[in-house]
Design a protein around this ligand. Structure first.
Ligand code: NAD
Ligand code: UD1
Length: 349
């Protein structure tokens, strides 16, 4: 048993729930907070079933300072992993205010609560979207960040990093020993828990590749639209860096170890990817193996904002976190399919 309690905001969501499982299995005590905007209690139940524990769960909003005060008063929190936020790129273009308000306000309110209760360890869910440098394909942590990410969602991630960095380097946490932040920049998480009981459960028609394919395979959608096959890549489709969500979850354990070793004023961004560019056709082929049937697709127009290729330089994660991925593309697609096949309607019964 690790004698530490971790607050997981957004812990009923896709990545947060997988991380909760890994943390509990590693012996951490966890406190899960989620407003269930994009998640259901089914995920909390699944965390409990997989770990044979009764998860500590609070339904509430990270923009609500009184709610957070209650959570911090009732639990002695040693570190926070902050997943809570809105994440749909297309929706953020239509509803920028909602995205700026929820994503920025939740981070600021959380930081204020942490300061009040003397909690100084912060692991942040950032994204490769903070780079999106059209002239580079392999992003390392020093790759120039764009001044203006493609979407309001991306801008909220970049601005949240600035808020965290400025707060870590400023004076407001000095009275409690300084704020230590690790910002984990995720590439493309896919896959599900190997038990088949926990996975991605998007609302409505999925925006992302893997859940779209599994919904085609299970018969909920007719065919996959491939957003362009005329890119200057080996098979014409864009290359991305897919990482198994369980590997990603384990990256948070490494991130926690790292942040617990730091003191004073500290902010460090670290990529979490597999470091291997994979095309849309390769993802489809891997799913076809898992499913045992062809995935119908149609090549359509390119999607605005898509880049031909980007993937992670994983050297820093290996060097400072000792982190490397273990699960390959076939495990990602097999686990995604296992989850979808056994839960065609996600967590709803
Ligand atoms: P998710 O939507 O499944 O999880 C986010 C959770 O936060 C949801 O359960 C939602 O209900 C909750 N939430 C939202 N606003 C909240 C608030 N104000 N208070 C309390 N709970 C709130 O998304 P995910 O894929 O698990 O992503 C988790 C984090 O990782 C997000 O911050 C996202 O931006 C970031 N990220 C995700 C990806 C990805 O591809 N999934 C890639 C890069 C970064
Ligand atoms: C998207 C987000 C990015 C976010 C990331 C992680 C956009 C523009 N970017 O990245 O900000 O951090 O998800 O979740 O939305 N594809 C199809 N058909 C589909 C869906 C996707 O061909 O129905 C293709 C896309 O063109 C892309 C690849 O599949 O080449 C992966 O797409 P997706 O899963 O949406 O991830 P990203 O676009 O990399």
């Amino acid at each position: 048993m690790v004698n530490k309690t971790i607050l997981i905001t957004g812990g009923a969501g896709y990545i947060g729930s997988h991380t909760a499982v890994e943390l509990i299995q590693a012996g951490y005590k966890t406190v899960i907070v989620d407003n269930l905007y994009n998640a259901s209690l089914g995920a909390v139940d699944a965390i409990g079933e997989i770990t044979s524990t009764e998860p500590i769960f609070y339904k509430g909003d990270c923009t609500d300072s009184q709610f957070l005060k209650k959570v911090f008063t009732e639990n002695k929190i040693d570190a926070v992993i902050h997943f809570a936020g809105y994440k749909a790129v297309g929706e953020s273009v239509k509803k920028p205010l909602a995205y700026y308000k929820n994503n920025l306000d939740s981070t600021i309110t959380l930081l204020e609560g942490m300061k009040e209760f003397g909690c100084t360890k912060f692991v942040f869910s950032s994204s490769a979207t903070v780079y999106l440098d059209e002239n580079v394909v392999k992003y390392n942590e020093k790759t120039t960040k764009t001044n203006r990410p493609f979407s309001p969602y991306g801008t909220t991630k970049l601005v949240q990093e600035y808020i965290l960095q400025d707060t870590a380097l400023g004076e407001e946490f000095e009275s409690v020993g300084g704020l230590q932040v690790v910002s984990l920049r995720y590439f493309n998480p896919i896959g599900a828990h190997s038990s088949g009981n926990l996975g991605e459960d998007p609302n409505g028609i999925p925006n992302n590749l893997a859940p779209y394919i599994t919904q085609v395979a299970v018969g909920k959608l007719d065919s996959l639209p491939i957003f362009g096959a005329d890119y200057s890549t080996p098979d014409g489709t864009p290359l991305r860096d897919y990482i198994h969500v369980v590997d990603l979850a384990k990256g948070h354990l490494a991130g926690l170890d790292y942040v617990f070793k730091q003191s004073g004023k500290f902010f460090d961004p670290i990529n979490l990817g597999a470091g291997k560019p994979v095309s849309v056709f390769e993802v489809i082929a891997s799913f076809e193996k898992a499913v045992g049937q062809k995935i119908p697709y149609k090549i359509v127009e390119r999607r605005a904002g898509d880049l031909p290729e980007f993937f992670a330089d994983c050297a820093k994660a290996k060097e400072v976190l000792g982190f490397e991925t273990k699960l390959d593309l076939d495990s990602m697609t097999a686990d995604s399919w296992h989850w979808q096949k056994t839960h065609p309607n996600g967590f709803s019964k």
